[in-house]
Ligand binder design. Structure first.
Ligand code: ZN
Length: 117
């Protein structure tokens, strides 16, 4: 894994963990995702791959561009709401990095208007 893509790799891992927690808790799966959650997971990764910010990306919750289609956005919010608090206990390092380091990065604006801090 090249460090150039560490931000994206971390984001993908966070998504995976969250979906696993959500699916296990809500759909009683073990070490795999149900078809519905697998679809959502794949969708999230596909959006991530197309994220215009890539390494400069903030967390999706902070983003200025809502790139998910409404139905998927609703589903992912539900999953995050369930998995979020549980993530902290299950994967504290990943979660804290996501919230405190990645989440603190200001979300860039696509318009090119840069907010200088
Ligand atoms: Zn599921």
């Amino acid at each position: 894994m090249s460090s150039k893509h560490s931000r994206m790799a971390r984001e993908a891992k966070t998504i995976r963990y969250m979906m696993e927690i959500y699916c296990r808790g809500q759909h009683s799966t073990e070490n795999s995702l149900c078809p519905e959650c697998a679809e959502l997971h794949d969708y999230a990764l596909a959006r991530l791959a197309r994220c215009p910010f890539q390494e400069a990306k903030s967390t999706c919750a902070n983003c200025t561009v809502h790139c998910y289609k409404p139905e998927m956005r609703q589903r992912v919010r539900e999953a995050m709401r369930y998995a979020g608090p549980r993530m902290l206990w299950r994967h504290p390092i990943v979660t804290l990095t996501h919230l405190l380091i990645d989440g603190r990065r200001a979300a860039p604006a696509l318009s090119g208007k840069k907010s200088s801090a």
